[in-house]
Design a protein around this ligand. Sequence first.
Ligand code: SF4
Length: 327
Amino acid sequence: MSNVILEVKDLKMHFPIKIKNKGFLSEKKYVKAVDGISFVIKEGETLGLVGESGCGKSTTGKMIVRLLKPTEGSILYKGKDIFKVTGEEAKQLCKEIQIIFQDPYSSLDPRFSVGSTISEPMIVHKIADRKTIKERTINLMNDVGLMSEYYDRYPHEFSGGQRQRVGVARALALNPSLVVCDEPVSALDVSIQAQILNLMQELQKKYNLTYLFISHNLSVVKHICDRIAVMYLGKIVEIADKNELFDNPKHPYTKALLSAIPIPDPEVVVEQEMLEGDVPSPVDPPSGCRFHTRCKDVMDICKKKEPKDLVLNDGHTVACHLYTKEG
Ligand code: SF4
């Protein structure tokens, strides 16, 4: 069995906000973007993190690359708490965990040429002399399908797909082990999405990478992931191997998400489980099970008691009262 490379334990990210009341006083509240999630990622695998916009998946990714400090909980990378390491260990950690951002337009500095963008992290971390860094940059450009002649060109000269190839090369510049891919293809045309996904799979094999793949698109996640965690309003509601999740979903939210995937065959009729209503506010999430305001299977207990994670079989975990004794 593969080793665990990343362990997330009871992670919370609550952002403080001020809400104005009728009088002069304003009230301090918290946006509970991530509210107690736990999962592991095994070395060499791709774990998908899926859910609707605002469910906390990108916030989770940002905490893993230390762009945000959690309110509570811990993230262990190869057994070490990433928020407790200092000095050389912290620098090494920066190299080993990298991120590919969603938007290839805003994530690249328009003043930096492609060569400078990719080589910048290597220069900052002083990993080699300038000549070696240039050679490595050109090798990375070849790896991601960019011609070396593009070295001195600027982001505005490229298409969205080419820019995302630059973003991928930049993420790989420091030879990372774990890459957080935050909706890396959702800003691209459908025809380009498959190219970038295939590229990411090739690079994963070549460089023995582990991916946390964040997406709202279940078809994309099905293509690239080994296991999938489903998030709803700051909580993980179900985790399973990809095939198990698609063939045997348990949580009503997962079932609704899966039934909304379009099937490109007019002969196949799928009974859609429409999700009603909007996602509630993460400032005042519903009591008990957070999904109870939209769940077609809701029971009395769901409004009062939060369901605990229940392991159904090896690697398949669900948080829903339908599968507990109380339900
Ligand atoms: Fe629905 Fe209740 Fe399960 Fe929540 S716990 S998903 S409300 S059945």
